[in-house]
Design a protein around this ligand. Structure first.
Ligand SMILES: [Zn+2]
Ligand SMILES: [Zn+2]
Length: 328
């Protein structure tokens, strides 16, 4: 009798364990939102301090040992531990290290993330891919999502082509929509359950075109738009980018032009922060923190002047902080 009971009990325990183990990870119960975005960097491509800059911004930063890395956002799937990067910046090692620390990730070895989404081929946004190559991580086929034009550029130009040939990255071509409303994007799932849409945005497009990403979790949507020409590049650009978005990380390369002496701010191909705040004054007042500034140039006073940061935050427009999270 006892033997029968023991064997029934053993069978029950075994089936419970099998039941647990066979439960798909995406069905696991977690508290709070399943996905979260995490800011890993908020500076323009060259970071702070900036090579060759002898102005106060960078001299002070060097003295204080202060480093601001280029704009980068991560997505963390809290139920599976899945990790994505939006951009592969020249500071990818430090940023991924920070991401692992913030998410309690260990033991990923040569696959530090599950995929990378790229916006465009300017150095601050993709040059970190080089660290995935044979001299460094030699990752086994990290998926990299980008536009067909960007993918062609990576396939046909060294050193990037070697990453493709050796299978260290796997290019996944996306179908972006347009922000003039003419074509709709095709959504893709870089992590199971996470929907992403890309939108072409006007920018200085030498080697690739440029996109902004809308990252949709079950509850919230985050926009990542670190580089874009002026909002008036065409009608409805800003409105279409913000459509359906709960939190928007937007281009804050320049504040108001004071950082570009002798240049007319109206001719600079980035929307100055003062213009963005003027256009979105209502949004800032009604939903403070919905618009968050990222991709600040080393000379941008909003990166170094804490009083100015507080003032614009009071108007509803915070500068993104490294480590801040948005639950999706
Ligand atoms: Zn940039
Ligand atoms: Zn500087």
């Amino acid at each position: 009798m006892l033997a029968v009971l023991v064997s029934v009990f053993a069978t029950l325990v075994a089936s419970a364990i099998v039941g647990l183990a066979s439960e798909p990870p995406e069905k696991m119960v977690i508290d709070g939102p399943r996905f979260e975005t995490i800011v890993l960097g908020r500076a323009q491509d060259g970071g702070l301090p900036h090579l060759g800059c002898e102005r106060g911004c960078c001299v002070k930063a060097r003295r204080a040992g202060r480093v601001e890395t280029p704009a980068c956002l991560a997505v963390h799937d809290r139920s599976t531990g899945g990790l994505l990067l939006l951009e592969a910046t020249p500071s990818i090692e430090a940023q991924v290290g920070r991401l692992h620390e913030l998410t309690g990730t260990t033991g990923r070895g040569r696959s530090p993330v599950d995929g990378i989404l790229l916006t465009h081929a300017h150095i601050g946004h993709y040059a970190g891919l080089i660290q995935l190559g044979r001299e460094v991580a030699s990752t086994p086929g990290t998926p990299v999502w980008c536009t067909p034009r960007f993918a062609e550029y990576l396939r046909t130009n060294g050193p990037w082509s070697q990453l493709v040939e050796l299978g260290q990255i796997e290019l996944r071509e996306i179908v972006p929509g347009s922000t003039d409303g003419a074509t709709a994007p095709v959504a893709f799932e870089p992590l199971p359950g996470l929907k992403v849409e890309a939108f072409l945005v006007p920018h200085r497009d030498e080697f690739s075109d440029t996109v902004a990403y809308k990252v949709r979790g079950p509850a919230k949507t985050v926009l990542f738009c670190p580089d874009v020409d002026r909002w008036d590049a065409h009608e409805g650009l800003l409105e279409r980018l913000l459509d359906g978005v709960d939190v928007a990380y937007v281009d804050a390369t320049f504040y108001d032009g004071r950082e570009l002496p002798g240049r007319n701010i109206l001719e600079v191909p980035h929307p100055p922060m003062v213009r963005t705040m003027e256009l979105l004054e209502d949004v800032g007042r009604k939903t403070p923190g919905r618009i968050r500034f990222i991709h600040l140039n080393h000379t941008n006073p909003a990166l170094t002047d804490l009083e100015l940061q507080t003032r614009i935050k009071t108007r509803g427009f915070p500068v993104a902080e490294v480590g801040e999270r948005v639950g999706l």
